[in-house]
Design a protein around this ligand. Sequence first.
Ligand code: ADP
Ligand code: MG
Length: 440
Amino acid sequence: MAKPLIICRNLDIIYNKGKSNEFRALSNASTDIYEGEYIILFGASGSGKSTLMYAIQGSLPPGGGTMRIGGEDIYALRIEDRVYFQRYVMGIIFQQFNLIPSLTVLDNVALPMIFANVDKPTRERRAQSLLDRFGVGMVSHKITPMLSGGQQQRVSVSRSMVNDPKILLADEPTGNLDSVSTQQVMDKIDEINTFDKRTIIMVSHNAAHLSYAHRVYYLKDGAIVREVVNPQRKQIKPVKEGETIVTELEQLARLFPYDSVDTLRVKSLVNLLTQDYTYDQLVRMESIISHFIAGKVDKVAVMKALIMPYERGGVGLPEKDARRMVHTSAKIIGNADDIRRFRKQQNNDHAFFGQHKLAERLKDHLLHAHRLKLSKKQDQNLTELIADRVVGVSGEDELNAGMMKGVTAGGLALSEKEADDLTRYFEKIIALGVDVSYKS
Ligand code: ADP
Ligand code: MG
């Protein structure tokens, strides 16, 4: 089995050690990162994301623990050898671009090759071809302050790739960009991962970026508190059973490997709405619901088909059941569409805001559907639990456990049965919203 490219073990990073302002920015951090992975270090401002990234880059000697890259303990290397690592094994992109304003774009990109003793024609040819590739070839003769932020960041992407590094590090590379430029830069970085097969380690606090990554390390107060696998990408790191966040839709996908995602959505929804109907009724219901999900028929038509006697081509449900079914599926489909849109949206500067609004809406729907009355604090906790689940930082079990936890611990203090019902229902919505087609 392949070994991880980057092995970080029990790393402590302490700033100003021994001084009165000594500060422990990272405690006991361990990561295994495999070649070709796209990793996001995610967390609030000040949680230690950049610290971990610069520790990987070799510029923050640890107070404890080890950092191995390609088998080498990089902090045990002689300084020249560590510089070699930084120059040829790693490329880096900063939020502030860090371009030299007095040099042309071409010279900025060619610069790292001077230290590598590459001759001038080769340097310029290679720099130009990278600039062309990242869509800024036409401004190569300009000085960098003349460029827009998005262009400057694509120049830094070109520069980071100039010595053909194995690993690309990026510290909030879109933090200073508008949404269009953000999308362009994210697409280029994605391409470096999927096409050039480079390992990417990106610092971000934008939830809308998480869907690019294979895995996300979630940091809080200087510690890695969670590792989350993105079910939408085919994993490189061997995943232990039960580690992935598995939605019902994915489970169904394994059961019915030849069905399309839409068919699976239908099965999942029908499965929720029906307990005791005959197989033939179910088949007809699936067909009606699939038209409904696809937006081909409206509520009235679904209602009619559900009520119509079986002999006449309908499902033959009592009117009360049919009404409940139409009402519930319309709600679920609406919410699932929201989640899908949210997870697709990859260039939204207001992702947290959007995430919160979506979570609020889903929470209201849940409360309504289950006729639950919650205190203000429970209500807030539920919104948080849902927000985490929707972006994929928590799994079904954690959502369920959260609902049973005490209110002061961030939970809802529900009984096991209540929590199970609510979780089951919510997972349906999630299942319908997640696209399981692997990007590969
Ligand atoms: P993030 O990238 O998640 O915003 P950082 O890794 O930059 O967080 O910082 C983590 C903590 O370490 C913060 O509280 C920050 O103030 C502190 N810190 C970062 N760099 C230094 C430094 N050079 N000296 C002292 N404290 C620092
Ligand atoms: Mg930072």
